[in-house]
Each structure stands twice: as structure tokens, then as C-alpha cells.
Design a binder for this molecule. Structure first.
Ligand SMILES: [Zn+2]
Length: 312
């Protein structure tokens, strides 16, 4: 069954209102997408298209992984890379190397701009943005990194799940417990037994944005519930390769071990500042050295969140 949507009216009203306001204030608004604009950042890199299953692709490159499914009558996109016309241009170029069909839906897995970037361009083009109710709430308040723009509200939001169907392709988004952020969802392609995980899955240890409502224990709960789904492949939010079910099983056990070790250290009264250095991770393998994992675990406010979770 083709789902029917009532979209466009609200989005168009918003665009018109913004345009009117800008005109009234004098300066012309910057085009949503200017194909002739020079690159905005030196971090730009060509994106690489990788086929995961027939008709399903991951887009690896600057920004988080995007995923797209090509149906007979259009394309379903999951996440939209870093914000910026150059990223948007490269995203579309990469998709067009595989299909010239129109983008029909864009799912957004969470608010971070390396995944929710370029949603303004799709929204302005009338493509429905689909995200969880939690995303809709958090997108108004999340911490935007310097130099990046706040992403817009979704066109369609859902409490638990939302399914779209094109000819030959179905995708269902599920809202999940707060994990990487308080806005996470995953997107399941049942016929391909594949789940686009957004940043609720990384190669190695998960990363958690406690400041934006993420929860390590929520990640653990989600991964336990994921076991009940019929899948054989996961597409992580970063990293260049999909993850098999067997690899996921191993990763999930490692997370359980890590959390148990952290809990024991907290219970033993280990000072917050010593927690990450003291927890044993060297037997967990590459990607689990959380004390050296950028600022994802070590930034003081994030460490506060971790410690608070484990103290309960
Ligand atoms: Zn993220």
C-alpha cells in the first residue's frame, strides 16, 4: 500500500514566511542551494558509494554515513551529510552515479549536523523529512557546533515507527531509547534484512552525547532489543563498512563487559576523573580505548553524564 501524506502546506507556509521576512528586512536571502557557489570548507572530500545489498547503498565520506535505497519509482535517503552546499552537491552527485530517480523521502536518524545537514535543501524541494517526535523536540534546542546551522523540524514525525513504501522497496523507521542522543531512530529495510543505524552503531565502542540526552544504558537496551529483529547487516553511522550480525553479537557482548566494568569501578568509589583511565579495555580490541576516543567520552560534561548513569 502506498502511504499517503499531507505534506507541503506547512513547509511551504514556513518558507514563504521566512522569505517575506527577509525581503522586508532588505538583504536577499541566500539561495538554499547555489550550484555555482565555491566550496565552503577545506574539509570537503569526495564521497564514496558502496553497495551493501542490491539496490541499497551506503555513502561514505565527510560527515556521517548516509544510506540510500533505490526503488522503481524513486529513492529513499537516510541522513544527509554535513551541512553545506558543497556537501549537498556532492551528496546528489554520488546518488546520481547510481540512479536518476527522484528523492522521495529523507529519514533523519538524529540531530547532529553530520547527519541532519542539508535537510533544509530537501525540505525546500518538497521532499518529506521523517524523524521521531523526540527529534522534533530536540532539534529546536540541541547544541549546534560552531559554524553549522540548526537543522529544521521534520515534515513528518512519529512516536514509535513510520513506514514508507515505494515500488519494490519498503523502509520502516523506529524510534529507539535515548542512546547516542535523545533523538535517535533507526531505519529498517525488511526485504534486505538490513538496518541503517545512524550513530546508534559505530565500529567499536559506541559514542554517547550526554549533553544532548544520550544514554549509554539506552544504547545497551537498544542493542538488546535489536536482537529480536530479523536482520543480517547493520550500517553504522561512521566507518567505511557494514557490520554483520555475527560482528554485532561480538560488539554487544563487549559493551556489556565495558558497562559492567565501569559500574564496578563507580561502585568501588573510583573518582570520576580516574574512571576512564582505570577501566580495562585493552582486551576489547581496536576502537574500544574510550579514554582516547576523541572528546566523545572525555569531555568533562559528558563524563558527568556517564558517571551519573552508572551511579544509579
Ligand atoms: Zn551523531
Amino acid at each position: 500500500m502506498q502511504l499517503k501524506f499531507v505534506f507541503g502546506a506547512g513547509a511551504l507556509a514556513g518558507v514563504c514566511a521566512a522569505g517575506t521576512m527577509a525581503l522586508a528586512q532588505g538583504p536577499a536571502p541566500r539561495p538554499i542551494f547555489d550550484p555555482n557557489a565555491p566550496p565552503q570548507t577545506t574539509r570537503f572530500e569526495p564521497m564514496v558509494v558502496r553497495e551493501v545489498k542490491p539496490g541499497l547503498y551506503m555513502l561514505v565520506g565527510d560527515g556521517g554515513n548516509a544510506v540510500f535505497r533505490v526503488a522503481q519509482d524513486g529513492v529513499i535517503l537516510v541522513d544527509a551529510k554535513l551541512t553545506g552546499d558543497n556537501y549537498y552537491r556532492e551528496l546528489m552527485r554520488a546518488i546520481r552515479t547510481v540512479s536518476d530517480k527522484p528523492i522521495k523521502f529523507v529519514f533523519v536518524t538524529h540531530v547532529h549536523n553530520d547527519h541532519s545537514g542539508n535537510t533544509p535543501q530537501f525540505k525546500a524541494a518538497g521532499v518529506p523529512l521523517i524523524a521521531s517526535d523526540d527529534y522534533k523536540a530536540l532539534v529546536q534546542t540541541y547544541t549546534v557546533r560552531p559554524g553549522q546551522e540548526r537543522s529544521p523540524a521534520p515534515t513528518i514525525s512519529f512516536a514509535k515507527s513510520y513506514t514508507v513504501m515505494l515500488k519494490g522497496a519498503t523502509a520502516t523507521a523506529y524510534a529507539v531509547h535515548p542512546a547516542h542522543t535523545a533523538s535517535d531512530s533507526i531505519v529498517y529495510f525488511p526485504d534486505l534484512k538490513t538496518v541503517a543505524m545512524g550513530d546508534t552503531m559505530f565500529p567499536g565502542a559506541p559514542t554517547v552525547d550526554w549533553l544532548n540526552g544520550g544514554r549509554l544504558l539506552g544504547m545497551q537496551t537498544n542493542w538488546a532489543e535489536l536482537e529480536k529483529m530479523d536482520f543480517d547487516t547493520l550500517i553504522p553511522g561512521h566507518g567505511g563498512a557494514p557490520i554483520s550480525r555475527a560482528e554485532f553479537e561480538v560488539t554487544r557482548k563487549k559493551l556489556d563487559v565495558l558497562i559492567e566494568r565501569l559500574r564496578l569501578l563507580v561502585k568501588a568509589g573510583t573518582p570520576k576523573g580516574e574512571l576512564l583511565a582505570k577501566v580495562k579495555v585493552d582486551d576489547l580490541g581496536q576502537g574500544w580505548s574510550i579514554a582516547t576516543q576523541g572528546d566523545e567520552w572525555t569531555r568533562p560534561a559528558r563524563l558527568d553524564g556517564l558517571y551519573a548513569e552508572l551511579s544509579q
